[in-house]
Design a protein around this ligand. Structure first.
Ligand code: SF4
Length: 523
């Protein structure tokens, strides 16, 4: 057969002619491409504060609600966005740039969905929407797309008809020295930080309590009703700047009213993965937490405070490394001519303050046997598999969490949630975690990818592994009961004060029911 020799230059010429003809036909021959420039509108003055609604969202429902209460207590007018759903994703896909990660589409789309509702359903004129609303969001610098979110917001806002809408950025690693346009409108100072951190921690406490109690509630819906009362109480307390500790004590009493039966063995499933995807409670992860509970599992969630500790750890680690370059590192964070020990001392104090405050909150609300991770230990055990210098997403944390979960029997099963299009999470959950599961073959590990569609596929994969986890939880429970030499009804009769909803048996094995049995038998 005769070889065909392609004349690439001729093909290129032909394509250029074709393009020129098509441009001519479409009237684009002389059109200059209109590049979009981000005007970055941010002016928000103190005089506008009383008449401007700050929209916020992006964490769990409890966090978003408590944050609105806490910041309202500082004199701001706030509105939490709804939990992002498929409709938000649709807006995000319509107006967002191509090739973004899934959380970007959901969060960008959720804002546009809200503004579109104001315009099309409440018939608020667009100039009025722009005048009377701003959006407050977290940002970060780093290798993942989180750093570009804010520009994506503004581009999508312009394309959806809200050009000029103000997006205020709160840098999660920026500390107190933050630029938010005209700083007198939104003052990110010590009061702001304190209020935001306390609301975040209180939200964590409510979520942790809820996920511990709900799987064992005797009457379906009791836990959610109690949580709703607690959210209202905490939110009102923060609005009037009352005592959060007193409100947490009231929450404790309210939550303890829920009747529970903790002698029902359930597989404990730890959810780890990309921060937003594992935290959201809506379509962004196919309502994973509620799905698992409906399938009979107890869900082990990651509190947001862990993320704060990871951010502190990053600064500590980087500062220690920069000591080695003190003679030459003149960069912004460099230590040339500076005393890095002061920075390390401040970070040490910040970590201690976060741990102490969270400990106080968890004790006050009655969360028993809850421990925050040692971030140095997490870094050490994961470093050989995923270098501590690799950042973006959860960094090495996801790897360390899986190892600890298996080695310490913290859960029967671990699900890693990876959003479609996430660069850092793809490398970890598809790549590195395969090595971890090869080293720990006893691990039941399921990596799922969330795209906004394909819910049935995700759920069916989880169900397959959940079957194994359920079996493991049952065996563990039977072994614990056999060890006591008693039957379940005798053990139930000996529950005593452990019957309280917020009581949590001391951790020995993964399953709560098995731990409860071992605790009763231990006296
Ligand atoms: S970690 Fe992944 S999903 Fe999250 S913002 Fe970065 S790239 Fe997107």
């Amino acid at each position: 057969m005769k070889d065909t020799v392609l004349d690439y230059a001729a093909i290129e010429r032909e394509l250029r002619v074709f393009e020129a003809e098509e441009r001519q036909k479409l009237g684009l021959a002389d059109a200059e491409p209109a590049h979009w420039r981000d005007p970055n509108p941010q002016v928000f003055t103190r005089a506008e504060r009383a008449t401007t609604t700050i929209l916020l969202g992006g964490l769990t429902l409890a966090h978003d609600r408590l944050l609105t209460g806490a910041l309202a207590g500082l004199g701001y007018k706030l509105q939490a966005l709804d939990c992002p759903d498929v409709e938000a994703l649709r807006f995000g896909k319509e107006f967002g740039n191509r090739g973004q990660c899934n959380p970007t589409y959901f969060t960008v789309g959720n804002l546009i969905k809200t503004l579109t509702h104001l315009r099309d359903v409440e018939h608020m004129p667009v100039p009025e929407i722009i005048r009377s609303h701003v959006f407050l969001t977290a940002g970060a610098c780093g290798p993942c797309r989180f750093g570009t979110y804010v520009t994506e917001y503004r581009k999508a806002l312009a394309d959806s008809g809200f050009e000029g809408f103000r997006v205020l950025l709160f840098q999660q690693q920026g500390g107190l020295k933050q630029a938010t346009g005209d700083a007198s409108g939104l003052e990110i100072n010590a009061r702001f930080f304190r209020a935001a951190v306390r609301a975040t921690m209180a939200g964590d406490c409510l979520n942790l309590a809820g996920y511990r109690i709900r799987p064992y509630e005797v009457t379906p819906g009791d836990t959610d009703a109690a949580l709703e009362d607690c959210k209202t109480d905490l939110c009102d307390t923060m609005k009037r700047r009352g005592s959060v500790l007193a409100a947490l004590r009231r929450c404790r009493r309210r939550l303890d009213q829920v009747a529970v039966d903790r002698l029902r063995p359930k597989p404990k499933v730890s959810i780890i993965g990309e921060f937003w995807a594992m935290t959201t409670e809506g379509d962004g992860n196919h309502r994973l937490q509620r799905f698992l509970e409906a399938e009979g599992a107890e869900v082990d969630i990651q509190p947001v405070v862990t993320w704060i500790l990871y951010n502190i750890w990053e600064h500590q680690h980087d500062t220690r490394r920069r000591f080695l370059l003190r003679g030459e590192d003149a960069g912004t964070a460099g230590l040339q001519g500076k005393d890095g020990r002061t920075k390390l001392a401040l970070l040490w104090a910040a970590e201690k303050a976060v741990r102490a405050t969270f400990g106080l909150f968890t004790r006050t609300i009655g969360l028993e046997d809850y421990h925050l991770p040692d971030m140095d230990e997490v870094a050490t055990i994961s470093h050989q598999y995923y270098d501590n210098h690799l950042r973006g997403g959860e960094g090495h944390m996801e790897v360390g969490k899986l190892i600890q979960s298996v080695e310490r029997r913290k859960a029967h099963m671990v699900i890693s949630v990876k959003p479609f299009g996430c660069m850092p999470s793809s490398g970890v959950s598809d790549g590195v975690q395969s090595l971890i599961t090869a080293r720990y073959p006893e691990a039941i590990f399921t990596a799922i990818e969330t795209t906004g569609d394909g819910e049935v596929n995700v759920q069916s994969r989880i169900q397959m592994d959940l079957f194994k986890a359920r079996k493991r939880a049952d065996e563990e429970f039977r072994a614990a009961v056999a060890k006591t030499g008693l039957d379940v009804s005798t053990l139930a009769a000996r529950m005593g004060a452990r019957r309280r909803a917020l009581h949590y048996p001391q951790h020995v094995v993964a399953g709560t029911a098995a731990n409860q049995v071992l605790e009763i038998a231990g006296g």
